[in-house]
Write a protein that binds this ligand. Structure first.
Ligand code: DGL
Length: 259
């Protein structure tokens, strides 16, 4: 039994989509979530800068005695997780665009990937795509502008609708039947995606898979918290707390922290 918290970080509020899956699967685990919104978006930063920010977030979570860290950000995972794993001894769980299920199941032989520039240009993303994209058209689209709008509480705004219409057009023109969400902010686009995409397009998001992997790794390392008591789930942001509070439906404790 282990009551130490699970640490979770993202460039901002997007990783709450992962927290929600983890909390649903592991309702008794304590957790600490860091929303580095002051430095969002990570997606347009250099690999070096993404590593530096990921190390800073990790150091803070380790100082709070976290037993495992979930890198709830595709951009940070694809650019920094190998270094984090090589540097620290606790387990790290990451998230990457789920190309494999899309590539294996597509009937139209065309799949779309919406992700940040940092993710799409990473070596890890290219390795995975090369492995599964044989005979398939992969339409990669940088989700330019999406993260800042979500960080400002505009996930379902008209501004977002116009932006998404533009980003999705090349994929719809290529007749995709799968869209892979390659950024943890993007599940919050679901209402607009369902409105804008043709009905036959399936949307793939890796949130649940990350939660299942978190559970497996906790079990394997005997780190599960077996207490059936109400956990402490803490949230910290280094910008104002309103949007983070709203996205969590005001159900958790959200505080400002200067990190
Ligand atoms: N949630 C991050 C991701 O999954 C957002 C990236 C960003 O800050 O640009 O990639």
């Amino acid at each position: 039994m282990n009551t130490q918290p699970i640490g979770i970080f993202d460039s901002g509020i997007g990783g709450t989509s992962i927290f929600k899956e983890i909390h649903a699967l592991l309702p008794y685990e304590n957790s600490i979530y860091l929303a580095d919104s002051k430095h969002a978006p990570y997606g347009n930063k250099s690999k070096q800068k993404i590593i530096e920010l990921s190390v800073k977030n990790t150091e803070y979570l380790l100082s709070k005695d976290c037993k495992l860290i979930v890198v709830a950000c595709n951009t940070a995972t694809t650019n920094a997780i190998s270094l984090l794993r090589a540097t620290y001894t606790i387990p790290f769980i990451g998230i990457e665009p789920a190309i494999k299920p899309a590539a294996l199941n597509t009937k139209t032989k065309a799949v779309g990937i919406l992700a940040t520039k940092g993710t799409l240009s990473s070596a890890l993303f290219h390795q995975t795509t090369d492995l599964y994209s044989n005979g398939i058209k992969v339409i990669e689209q940088v989700g330019e502008g999406i993260v800042p709008l979500i960080e400002n509480g505009k996930a379902t705004s008209n501004e977002m609708k116009s932006l998404l219409t533009e980003h999705l057009k090349p994929m719809i023109d290529a007749n995709i039947d799968y869209l892979v969400l390659g950024c943890t902010h993007y599940p919050y686009l679901m209402p607009l995606l369902l409105e804008l995409l043709p009905k036959h397009v399936k949307i793939i998001d890796s949130g649940l898979a990350v939660a299942k992997q978190t559970k497996t790794i906790l079990e394997q390392n005997q780190l599960l918290n077996l207490n059936n008591t109400t956990p402490q789930n803490l949230f910290y942001t280094n910008t104002n707390t309103t949007v983070l509070n709203d996205i969590l439906n005001k159900k958790f404790k959200v505080d400002y922290l200067d990190f």
